[in-house]
Write a protein that binds this ligand. Structure first.
Ligand code: ADP
Ligand code: ASP
Ligand code: MG
Length: 437
């Protein structure tokens, strides 16, 4: 069975939902379809939540009404029959009643998560009702019944495996299964989510859980491009990537994939294909274990990086220093992305500022600490084994006019990372495009 995930723009208009229905029914094969919220909905829900949290109730209700109106228009375009429309109206009014109820009671993190889950709950129920209107048989499987995260916010694949398999077994004759991306339950059994863009992650997690033959991520672009198409004009799709290359690009900013999507796929060796709903015949990108060897494949950029430099003469010829330093980051569950060292200093980067002040306090005992915010990691991905020549020279020739704060090369065979001030990001991505491709 294949897993097909359709993102926000792919279900963002009634015509797009019609197209998704056409795409999933074309070959008659059994599949599990993961849907995101209608594009813009999750952003609106988060804005509504912020207003409720600030007790700006009038503004919150105004925003809820506006979103509700947009769905009333949406369903008029989605359904062709009075029965279909009545079903759509019932779905929408039920969910907006619930959203309004959240604005009327004490609002905590728990309620904020229930609120943002509404996007995927609405889109899947509207789509399911559309399939029913078209007499297309399908089953709607609630993601909240099988998607779980543990206390460290790690998804629990064995739980999904057990519960999703059982759910599918209850529908032996069903060909199409529909479920929600992004949403899950936490160890308290509350509604939670896999963070922004998390529907991609749902797709690979359920793909792993059912040992899918392939996971397809259908979006609004024809695959992973060699550079960020939002910033660079002449980018092109990459036909093939390894799991490691794709994971690196996703983690370092290629928005087409949630940063962790590749992990479960790699673990269970499930190929991931990136495809374009607007151009279904395009080849897209295939992500798998082995691919075409090619020097430099792509560039991505991740913003919001904080660089921390610790300078200490105690490091000179000492051992155990790095362990003590990294224990502080471990204590605050703050991942470190890049590291460079010299005899008397270590520079590293983090992207989660939550515990920055406590971390600085604790590492200050080791030496003098400098912090630079608003940094960007530019990640250049390809196959650069230790025998490869000239990769680094090409990269630095391309960006010779841009100040570089840190460089990381040789950590793996497939990436060079450089840290620059975010002010220079667009210029660097464009210069790398000119110089490398
Ligand atoms: P969806 O709503 O389908 O999940 P997203 O907006 O999350 O879609 O991801 C698709 C978008 O990712 C594209 O429209 C594109 O602007 C952006 N993007 C950023 N970097 C890349 C890249 N390297 N290749 C392709 N798309 C990219
Ligand atoms: N709807 C969620 C978001 O906008 C999840 C997703 O689309 O992948 O972040
Ligand atoms: Mg996305």
């Amino acid at each position: 069975m294949k897993v097909l995930k359709f993102g926000g723009t792919s279900v963002g208009k009634p015509e797009r939902m019609h197209e998704v229905a056409r795409l999933i029914t074309k070959d008659g094969e059994r599949k599990l379809v993961v849907l995101s919220a209608v594009s813009g909905t999750t952003n609106s829900l988060i804005e509504i939540g912020d207003l409720i949290a600030r007790s700006a109730h009038e503004a919150a209700f105004e925003a809820i009404n506006k979103l509700h109106e947009s769905y009333k228009v949406f369903i008029k375009g989605l359904y062709a029959t009075p029965q279909g429309l009545a079903e759509g109206e019932s779905v929408v009014s039920k969910h907006f009643d619930f959203i309004r109820s959240l604005a009327e009671k004490p609002y905590t993190v728990k309620e904020s998560k229930e609120l943002v889950a509404e996007g995927e709950l609405i889109s899947t129920q509207l789509f399911f009702a559309y399939l029913q209107e078209k007499n297309i048989s399908s089953a709607l499987l609630p993601a909240l019944d099988f998607m779980r995260i543990d206390a460290d916010e790690e998804p629990v694949i064995p739980y999904a495996e057990e519960h999703l398999r059982k759910a599918i077994e209850q529908h032996p004759d069903t060909v199409l299964f529909i479920t929600q991306g992004y949403i899950c339950r936490n160890p308290l059994n509350e509604v939670d989510n896999l963070k922004r863009g998390g529907s991609d992650y749902t797709a690979s997690l359920v793909g792993a859980a059912i040992r899918a033959e392939e996971v397809q991520i259908w979006t609004d672009i024809d695959g992973m491009h060699n550079n960020d198409p939002r910033i660079v004009k002449k980018t092109f799709p990459i036909a093939e990537l390894t799991f490691d290359e794709a994971a690196e690009l996703a983690y370092f900013g290629a928005k087409i994939l949630h940063p962790f999507t590749i992990r479960p796929a790699k673990l269970y060796n499930i190929p991931v294909r990136l495809l374009n709903t607007m151009q279904p015949e395009a080849q897209g990108t295939l992500i798998a274990h082995h691919t075409i060897e090619k020097d430099i494949k792509a560039v991505a950029a991740k913003d919001g990086i904080i660089a921390i430099k610790i300078r200490s003469s105690r490091m000179l010829l000492a051992y155990g220093f790095l362990r003590k330093l990294f224990e502080v980051f471990e204590k605050y569950k703050t991942p470190v992305d890049m590291i460079t060292t010299s005899e008397v200093a270590v520079s590293l980067t983090i992207d989660n500022p939550t515990h920055l002040d406590s971390i600085i306090d604790e590492i200050s005992v080791f030496g003098n600490v400098e912090v630079d915010k608003n940094q960007t990691i530019i990640c250049i991905v390809g196959s650069f084994g230790s025998q490869k020549q000239g990769v680094v020279a090409k990269v630095f020739d391309s960006i010779e006019h841009i100040p570089v704060r840190m460089i990381s090369y040789g950590g793996s065979n497939y990436n060079v990372s450089i840290l620059i001030d975010t002010r220079h990001k667009n210029e660097a991505l464009n210069a790398l495009n000119e110089g490398l491709f």
